[in-house]
Design a protein around this ligand. Sequence first.
Ligand SMILES: Cc1cc2nc3c(=O)[nH]c(=O)nc-3n(C[C@H](O)[C@H](O)[C@H](O)COP(=O)(O)OP(=O)(O)OC[C@H]3O[C@@H](n4cnc5c(N)ncnc54)[C@H](O)[C@@H]3O)c2cc1C
Ligand code: FES
Length: 248
Amino acid sequence: MTAVERLGAYHLIRALDSGGPDDPQPGQFYMLSSAERWGGGEDERPYLPRAFSYARAREGELSFLLEDIGPGTARLAELRPGEGLDVVGPLGIGWRPPGEGSRPVLVGGGIGTAPLLCLQDELGAGATVLLGFRSAAHAEAAGLFAGEPELATDDGSVGRQALVTDLLREELDADPAATVFACGPPPMLESVRAVCAELAVPAQLALESGMACGFGACFGCVVPTRDGYIRLCVDGPVLDADQLESAL
Ligand SMILES: Cc1cc2nc3c(=O)[nH]c(=O)nc-3n(C[C@H](O)[C@H](O)[C@H](O)COP(=O)(O)OP(=O)(O)OC[C@H]3O[C@@H](n4cnc5c(N)ncnc54)[C@H](O)[C@@H]3O)c2cc1C
Ligand code: FES
């Protein structure tokens, strides 16, 4: 583990992964746990590793953006330089390139902006980036992107007081020759799916489900698709929107 920085409402973890591949694919994820004090002791809950999309990979260093929402993320957020971080990955199937002649539109909600950072690194700063956050403190994560993403916040403290899906609707109404790449909370993803289905715009959605193993063994992460249940950790986490009846 190299460093944990506070970034508004989130934390940015930078970690050396000297033993791992240096070319993870945007949209893939890692299972993380601290080497010490990861539950199991007296009064502690035994933890499973937690799944995190990598935000960036540069010269053997991985970065992860995380939101402290429970015991695992709280422990990771308090790691100090020199403390060990166990990193397993990269896992799963990430984003696929946009179709020929189709402009990429990246849509992120809250902590779901994380896997869009490495995607923007790959696609270049010309990709349109639309981001939605609860407040200005959460929107500090937008500063990690190149260029100037369009911002919406719930409270109007930064950017427009709107939903990020309102920005997407306007963007696609103006020019529907796009491929949409989205990650965020389920209601946002469902709204992206519905708008893109209505306008016949191809979309890829990075979903979440509870993951115990991360590599296909436990079936804890299954999600329904039009073709039946799939294990999100090996068949996703990025799915084509038209595989889904609903992203909820
Ligand atoms: C592929 C993938 C990529 C992810 N990438 C990131 C990331 O980049 N940054 C980040 O902060 N988080 C990410 N997450 C979510 C992260 O794994 C969970 O927030 C984490 O497991 C919470 O652990 P905890 O012990 O802190 O809280 P827990 O006690 O495990 O969870 C706290 C609350 O969140 C709910 N919850 C936990 N995990 C999920 C989930 N996967 N889906 C829906 N609800 C859940 C629990 O039911 C509980 O109510 C990702 C999850 C997946 C599956
Ligand atoms: S997390 Fe275990 S099968 Fe997907």
